[in-house]
Design a protein around this ligand. Structure first.
Ligand code: DC
Length: 220
């Protein structure tokens, strides 16, 4: 079974998808954003000029991403090195949004994502899973929430991790990434025509998980 969950940054896709996957025996959760982040992290760390699409395209030749699960949690490896704990900074978030707009980066990861879905029963989250990566997914969900709600949740999350940031900064970053992700030419963020819309703005996390489980349950 394949479940595609798309939506903007901070809508709770990963938390909701992970919880929904754990309720279905044999199903794995695939966070595709983390793979894009791993690529962005490597490009930034190696000093590649990420404003230069050709330089990024060339650098991809030396980047080999993979994922694996450690205690049920997805880890991202680049050339065998686990980079999972270095890909969630605001700097890497913006860099990821930038490089994920390049067609060369999207093509580079397309087959990797499809192969994972062929080999496993998956709940895969991202921006173009229902529209491009898995257009024949059994279930498609577009999970969203208002930018303000998403910013508030992200602030709370970062504060809990001991990296407090201002609400205004987080909101500005979210709006910028929404714009990048939905206005880019290649595989922009949009709801697939056959996706079910789940707006979590007024939902608790448990309610959002329940709503997604119900959509999946209705198709099994
Ligand atoms: O889901 P996330 O916030 O970790 O994603 C990070 C960035 O990667 C986001 O700005 C958009 C991009 N992305 C994408 O373009 N396509 C995907 N399938 C997943 C993420």
């Amino acid at each position: 079974m394949t479940v595609a969950i798309d939506g903007p940054s901070g809508a709770g896709k990963s938390t909701v998808a992970r919880a929904a996957a754990s309720a279905v025996p044999g199903m794995i959760y695939v966070d595709t954003g983390a793979i894009y982040r791993g690529i962005a992290y490597t490009l930034v760390t190696d000093g590649t000029d990420i404003s230069d699409a050709d330089a990024v395209k060339t650098a991809l030749d030396g980047i080999h991403p993979s994922i694996d699960y450690v205690d049920g949690i997805q880890h991202v490896y680049i050339n065998g090195e686990d980079v999972s704990d270095r890909i969630r900074t605001p700097e890497i978030s913006l860099a990821t949004s930038k490089i994920s707009a390049y067609p060369a980066v999207r093509d580079f990861l397309l087959e990797t994502q499809r192969r994972i879905a062929r080999e496993h029963s998956v709940i895969m989250d991202g921006r173009d899973i229902g529209t491009i990566v898995l257009p024949d997914a059994d279930v498609k969900i577009f999970l969203t929430a208002s930018a303000e709600c998403r910013a508030k949740r992200r602030c709370d999350e970062l504060a809990a991790k001991g990296t407090p940031v201002t609400y205004e900064q987080v909101l500005a970053d979210i709006i910028k990434r929404d714009k990048n992700d939905s206005e880019r030419e290649t595989a922009p963020l949009r709801q697939a025509e056959d996706a079910v819309l789940v707006d979590t703005s007024d939902m608790t996390l448990d309610e959002a998980i329940e709503a997604v489980k119900q959509v999946i349950g209705g198709k099994r």
